[in-house]
Every structure is written in C-alpha cells, then in structure tokens.
Design a binder for this molecule. Structure first.
Ligand code: LLP
Length: 414
C-alpha cells in the first residue's frame, strides 16, 4: 500500500486528506507516515532474520524525537554523530547500549558524554582521535569500546557530495593504515577493541560496492584474528538508496542479499546504520502556492516552503517529485517551483508541469530524510511543523517555530 495516494482526487497521508493537515497545522509542514516508518524498519529486520544483527538508525537523516522513539520501541539502535544526537536519543528513550558514535571530529566533551551514557561503540576515524579517546576514557577511569572506521577505497557510484568511501574522502582510516592502528589500539590502556566499521556513501542503488567493501573488511578481520585481535562485530554502515523519481531500487532484502552472502558463516555480530532508507519515503513536505508568476522565459510557482526547509535540491540538484494535492482538470503549464528566499538557488523543482492556481497545495515527495534535519532559519524563517499520521489520526510531533524563538538568545550591545 502506498500511504501517500489519491482518494477522490485528493492526496492523502494514510487515511488523512492533506488539506486537512494544512488547515489544522499550517504550511510548510512535514508529514510522515507511521506505517511507512514501521514497515521500513520491519523490512530490515526481516532481511536480517536468523543473524545476530543490530540496526542502528542514522539519526542525522531525521532526528525528530517521535521518530527516534518509534524506532527505539521497535528495538533499533542508533548511529549518532554528535553529543546533540546522543541527547536526542536519550530523550527519546533510546538504549545507550545500542548506540554507535561516528564522525571525524568528536570533541573531548562529546566523548565524555558518550562514555558516561555507556554507548555500545565509538567508530574511530583517525589515529589522533584514538589517542584522545584513550586519554579521555582514562581520565574517567573507564575503557572505551572501539571500532575503527576503515576506508575500503571502493567507488559507491553516487553523488560526489555523499560518497565517503574513496581514498580522497576525509572519512575513515586508510585501508593500509588500519592494521598498525589496531595494534596501537590494542596496546592503549583505556581502549577495548570491539569491531570494524565502514560506510562508503549514501543513496546507493547498487549493492555491489557495499558487498565489495564488506569483502575487503573481512580480509582485515581475518588478518587481525591471526594476530590475536578478535573482533566481535562488523558494522557495514548505511547508504541504501530510495526511489526519488524513476530509479530502479532494490528492495531491502535484495540490497542486503549480496552483503549477507559475503558474510555467510561469520560469527561476528552485524551492525547496519541505515538512515534514508528508513525515513526518506515516509515523509512529504506540504507547501502552499503563494503566487504564480508567468514570465516570458519561465513561469514560477512561488510556494511558502524554501531551500531553508528542504535544502537537497539547492545543494545537490536533487530531484523530488512535486504533486498537486488536488488533482485539477485545468490547463497545465510548466513551472519553476521556488521559495521566497533571496537566492537564485532557492528552488524545489525545475520545469514541473502542473495545473495549479494560487492557494493550491503541493506535496514535495520523498522528503522524510535529510529534509527537516538539514533545515535552517535562513532569512529568519521559522522552521516548519512536523506531524506523524497514524491511520486517521494526526499527531503534531514538532510545533512550528515562532519568530521570537529565533532571536531569543541574541543580545544588543550596551
Ligand atoms: N553512517 C554514517 C557514518 C554516515 O555518514 C551516514 C550518512 C549514514 C550512516 C546514513 O546513510 P544513509 O543510510 O542515510 O544513506 N544529506 C545527504 C546525505 C548525507 C549522508 C551522510 N552520511 C542527502 O540529503 O542526500
């Protein structure tokens, strides 16, 4: 079942007509489907059935507390990249013992917070970070559980801004340096070596590079075992892509099958860090057309959502389908779908054929991942409201920001 579908010409989220949400909560508004959130997580779990595996949702994709709480209740762990994300996971009822901490720039404070919380593992991304973590753990009289994030140097064949596993990336530890750094980790007094980690990129539609990365990792795991460094888990990161337009997208089971084949018979626990694939197609951005501008070269539909609400088109030239909430029979024209922000890069879609009028609602599809999470207050625009639809019920899970909140922390000079 598609939870965002037309009934009598009106686009619904599950059983709720989107115009009702716009009337009750205003626009722009992020609308998520509980059914999709739950079913995407279940698909992952089913695909991993029979394996000792933990799905650590990548919080950065969408960090709303209600979403984190739903995943926590479903048994998920979490992949975090900041002390802020750790605080969110804890506030949402997540289990710190299922948290892995990734990222190239962990501060000493963030390390302390994570050690105090008792997280599952630090995914260490450099030699310098390993030394700092040893010191910080020592100063607390603790030992830090560690995986090294190894850069397997495979081409994930995705957008250069979200490819992370190539040699040229800032992420991870070069493959050749991993073995000596594991030896160093073993020798450090406040470090416990637990696992190995990699994440090669995002929006991957072909599982082959991920399977290749897994195979490279296994070679290293075996070399470590030969030296007496036994790892208990292998973390394969996130990256599984979703359909934004007309891409051929493997199902979760199809995507994971080649990886699991490479890992067949291994006794290590498997970790995954999916973000986009769990939430991307669970959400839409609901927006209203303020004005239509018919020009000589182009027509513009100026909507009340902008690049500050959904940055992906401006940043990556990403495509999001844009659907009229009410299917109209009138004459269609081609529009640039743009926001009110004072930048030429402020667009949500180019050359979209729509039959629309001012005041009409549009739904920007596949906006559940890296939408709200990457939003900003540029142009002093309060951030959108967020709701989760569950059947015929609508839950407001983040209220619309108020302008006063935006400068409440600012001071003028005396
Ligand atoms: N693990 C690590 C270490 C990561 O860096 C990421 C994403 C993930 C897991 C989750 O990857 P996913 O399953 O969502 O592909 N803002 C970009 C995507 C940036 C991804 C950054 N890292 C976008 O909107 O496409």
């Amino acid at each position: 079942m598609n939870p965002f579908s037309y009934r009598d010409g009106i686009l619904h989220a599950e059983a709720v007509p989107l115009p009702q949400i716009a009337a009750d909560h205003g626009t722009p508004c992020y609308v998520y489907s509980r059914t999709v959130l739950q079913s995407r997580f279940d698909e992952f779990r089913r695909a991993l059935a029979g394996r000792d595996a933990l799905v650590c949702y990548a919080v950065k994709a969408n960090s709303n507390l209600a979403i984190l709480n739903l995943f926590a209740r479903a048994g998920a762990g979490f992949d975090i990249v900041s002390g802020g994300e750790l605080a969110r996971v804890l506030a949402a009822g997540g289990d710190p013992a299922k948290v892995v901490f990734s990222g190239v720039g962990k501060t000493a404070d963030e390390m302390r917070e994570a050690l105090a919380a008792g997280i599952l593992c630090f995914n260490v991304e450099s030699a310098a970070e390993l030394e700092r973590l040893d010191q910080v753990a020592g100063s607390l009289g603790r030992r830090a559980p560690v995986s090294l994030r190894v850069n397997p140097d495979v081409d994930p064949k995705t957008h250069p801004y979200i490819a992370t596993g190539l040699k040229s990336a800032k992420f991870g530890i070069p493959f050749e340096e991993a073995l000596p750094l594991y030896r160093r980790a073993r020798a450090l007094p406040h470090i416990d070596v637990h696992g190995i980690d990699c994440h090669i990129g995002s929006q991957l539609l072909d599982p082959a590079p991920a399977a290749e990365a897994a195979a490279k990792l296994l070679g290293l795991v075996d070399a470590l075992a030969a030296e007496g460094i036994a790892l208990s888990h292998i973390d394969l990161g996130g990256g599984m892509g979703i359909r934004y337009r007309d891409e051929a997208v493997p199902s979760t089971a199809e995507y994971l099958a080649p990886l699991l084949a490479v890992l067949a018979g291994r006794k290590e626990r498997l970790l995954f860090e999916p973000g986009r694939s769990l939430v991307g197609n669970a959400g839409v951005l609901l927006t209203r057309i303020e004005y239509l501008k018919h020009g000589e070269a182009k027509n513009f539909a100026v909507v009340d959502a902008a690049m500050n609400d959904l940055m992906r088109p401006a940043l990556y030239d990403a495509w999001h389908d844009i659907l009229p909430v009410a299917q109209a029979a009138g004459a269609a024209a081609e529009y640039e779908i743009v926001g009110p922000v004072c930048e030429s890069g402020d667009f949500l879609g180019h050359a979209r054929r729509l039959a629309v009028a001012p005041g009409d609602l549009l739904a920007v599809m596949s906006a559940g991942a890296y939408g709200m999470a990457m939003s900003s207050n540029y142009n002093t625009r309060p951030r959108a409201a967020e709701v989760i639809v569950d059947g015929s019920r609508v839950h407001l899970v983040r209220e619309r920001e108020r302008v006063g909140q935006l400068f409440a922390g600012e001071r003028v000079l005396l």
